[in-house]
Design a protein around this ligand. Structure first.
Ligand SMILES: CSC[C@H]1O[C@H](OP(=O)(O)O)[C@H](O)[C@@H]1O
Ligand SMILES: Nc1ncnc2[nH]cnc12
Length: 304
């Protein structure tokens, strides 16, 4: 690898349950950056697509799925990807379906989130520092990246038997236990369509790091809202995980080159790039030097 434009790593992929590697791409190397928030879940694997495009892959739950959703070092993960030059992240997640029409094996790209985490996960790079920031999160995913993904993911799914659902709302619960039947029904009444334990704080941190972020949700089960049906179990989730992971690898390989080109042109990054400029409180200009240094790791445009 050199510093040439074709050797830039602009696209980051985060793999969730079942998606632990990208074995359909050519391995280049592993990197394990130290960040001010510690080490990422696992060493990040740099791979090459057939056309030469590089991609950074990070497995969210660590090697051997050893990290529970509440313990994922999400700040280190996002900071590490940003430090490699990544500008957009496509994250995969195994999710429960709260709607009959979203069948196990189907894919969905959500556009909204309901936060049901319990405040135990560090959810901001600014937490505990002398600098205050309030990122825009009304649109929790990158709208431009979602738009870009829709037609391409739909095409990639052609012939796989998986349908793509758009404009869905995902509930992020704390876990690790699954929801009760009462909670599952309540989430439906709130407008939830999908449920996982991972999209937060990942999406919030990507926004703070000015990265474009979208989630490709892969349905594994119907959670626990259906009457006269078994409530979800991990064993039920496992039944669909492997097929979903294979389809996710196929989708990634299919869209990668175009994704890289779009990131390079800057078009689909324009909403997030520069967005923190208006989120950092002006009084924070007089901050502790070491706090500025820490934030320079993810936001070098504002801190040094
Ligand atoms: C294995 S079922 C629950 C587990 O699966 C999902 O993980 P990920 O989002 O990383 O694919 C869900 O969020 C839970 O962490
Ligand atoms: N039903 C469910 N609830 C939370 N996270 C999940 N991941 C996969 N299925 C899930």
């Amino acid at each position: 690898m050199t510093d040439a434009p074709e050797d830039k790593i602009l696209v980051g992929i985060i793999g969730g349950s079942g998606l632990y590697h990208m074995d359909n791409l050519t391995f280049v190397k592993e990197v394990n950056p130290d960040t001010p928030w510690g080490k990422p879940s696992a060493p990040i694997v740099i791979s090459k697509a057939p056309g030469g495009t590089l991609v950074a892959f990070l497995t969210r739950h660590g090697k051997g799925h050893s990290i529970a959703p509440s313990d994922v070092p999400a700040r280190a993960n996002i900071a590490a990807l940003k430090s490699l030059g990544v500008r957009l992240i496509v994250a995969f997640s195994a999710v429960g379906s709260l709607r009959e029409e979203i069948r196990p094996g189907d894919f969905a790209i959500p556009s909204q989130i309901i936060d049901r985490t319990k405040g135990v996960r560090p959810a901001s790079f600014f937490q505990g520092l002398s600098i205050v920031a309030h990122a825009q999160f009304g649109d929790p995913f990158s709208n431009k990246l979602i738009q870009f993904l829709e037609s391409r993911v739909r095409k990639a799914l052609d012939g796989t038997g998986s349908e793509l659902h758009m404009d869905k709302c995902i509930v992020c619960m704390e876990g690790p236990q699954f929801s009760t039947r009462a909670e599952s029904k309540m989430y439906r009444s709130w407008g939830g369509d999908l449920i996982n334990m991972s999209v937060l704080p990942e999406a919030k941190l990507a926004r703070e790091a000015e990265l474009s972020y979208a989630l490709i949700a892969t349905a594994t089960d119907y959670d626990s809202w259906r009457p006269n049906t078994e409530a979800v179990t991990a064993a039920e989730v496992f039944k669909t995980l492997q097929k979903n992971a294979e389809t996710s690898r196929h989708v990634t390989a299919t869209i990668l080159e175009e994704l890289h080109t779009a990131a390079e042109s800057g078009d689909i990054l324009s909403e997030e790039a520069g967005s923190m400029k208006y989120s950092i409180m002006p009084r924070s200009e007089k901050h502790a030097e070491e706090d500025g240094k820490k934030l320079a790791f993810i936001l070098p445009a504002y801190f040094s």
